[in-house]
Write a protein that binds this ligand. Structure first.
Ligand code: 1HN
Length: 349
């Protein structure tokens, strides 16, 4: 046999083996996995029962203080993304506990965070020294690089869901963080100040000295009482959207866009007995059950939904929601980032 005749079956593997130590690899072996016709999420659909997670969190509460831990949080980690601290490839979720009398010390970081309150009333998150006093199902933002500390001056435990863009900041390798030497930021404004100035379709009169938050993101507290009333008003008069039910997005009053540069958040209400048509979207979403009971079918896999459960719908997975009783959900996703990058797509069926 002519030893100069190419023999791909034997020679290609040899070529690969010889190239590999030089950090060179053949694209043609991997191209179809890199550029897929539709998204193939690495994440799994998954649900965390609130009652189960709460028990573990309370056990942690007896063993480590909020101050010692800096933040006493159980990470909701996607089982298909082990050791990643991710709920989806782009988003983090955790359950934070702060016991009566505790403080979580002041720090800031380039990650954006939101809090969605699940239990307790009267603890606060302070943003740059302004407290938002939190009640169940309030949404509170801590946008990137703003000082924030938490304290529980109530007489009951407070638990909330933390949603952060940690995986995105890790991907871009842009994490910076620092601690304030003091546990808490000095008070800079009375509680509720930003809500009064920016939260009611008002803003400080042009040129007045009353503007005090960063102009690009002035509002950081979206109380349950307000968003729930809006959803009820919609539900009283509109027919539900076949794919979403009644849905409202939280907006940044400065520009009408999503609440933070990377994260979008919304709420939806499904009337009792209503089932949505299947819908898929590229923004893998983390949902919290605010009230009611029902079922989420995620790419055919069924999850029974109970109050305060958290569940993940990965990118491009078909979602059908079924409301047994009136079902209210909160959801957050990386849609804000995807839209800016021209990547967001959705498909209704
Ligand atoms: C953080 O700052 C908080 O401020 C909670 O409550 C969870 C997870 C990773 C990084 C920063 C908070 C966090 C976090």
């Amino acid at each position: 046999m002519d030893t100069n005749t190419p023999n791909p079956t034997a020679d290609l593997p040899r070529l690969y083996a010889e190239m590999a130590p030089h950090n060179l690899f053949p694209l043609w072996e991997v191209l179809h996995g890199l550029v897929t016709p539709t998204p193939r999420s690495a994440a799994a659909p998954v649900l965390w029962r609130y009652a189960e997670a709460r028990d573990f969190l309370m056990r942690a509460g007896a063993l480590i203080s909020a101050e010692q831990a800096e933040r006493r949080v159980l990470i909701l980690e996607n089982p298909q993304l082990p050791a990643s601290s991710c709920a989806t490839p782009s988003l983090y979720a955790g359950l934070q506990l702060i016991l009566p009398g505790e403080v979580a010390p002041c720090h800031r970081h380039t990650q954006c965070a939101l809090r969605f309150v699940l239990e307790g009333s009267g603890a606060f998150t302070a943003l740059d020294g302004e407290k938002a006093v939190m009640r169940p199902f309030d949404l509170v933002l801590t946008p990137n690089w703003q000082w924030h500390d938490h304290g529980n001056t109530s007489d009951a435990p407070m638990i909330w869901l933390d949603g952060l863009d940690i995986p995105m900041v890790r991907f871009f390798e842009t994490s910076f963080a620092e601690r304030l030497p003091d546990m808490a930021h000095a008070e800079t404004a009375p509680p509720g100040d930003s809500l009064a100035r920016y939260g009611r379709n008002l803003r400080p009169f042009a040129g007045s000295p009353a503007a005090r938050r960063p102009a690009s993101l002035p509002l950081f507290h979206y109380p349950f009482a307000e968003w729930r009333a809006s959803l009820s008003a919609l539900a009283a008069h509109d027919a539900p959207d076949p794919h979403l039910g009644h849905a409202l997005e939280f907006t940044n009053p400065a520009d009408g866009g999503p609440v933070m540069p990377t994260i979008a958040a919304h709420v939806r209400l499904l009337p009792a007995g209503f089932t949505t048509r299947p819908r898929q979207a590229t923004d893998g979403t983390i949902f919290v059950v605010v009230s009611g009971r029902g079922t989420a079918r995620i790419q055919g896999q069924e999850f029974a939904l109970m109050e305060r459960d958290t569940f993940v719908v990965p990118s491009w997975h078909l979602l059908e929601l079924q409301a047994e009783s009136e079902l209210v959900l909160f959801g957050y996703s990386d849609r804000a980032a995807q839209a800016k990058l021209g990547l967001f797509r959705e498909q209704a069926h």
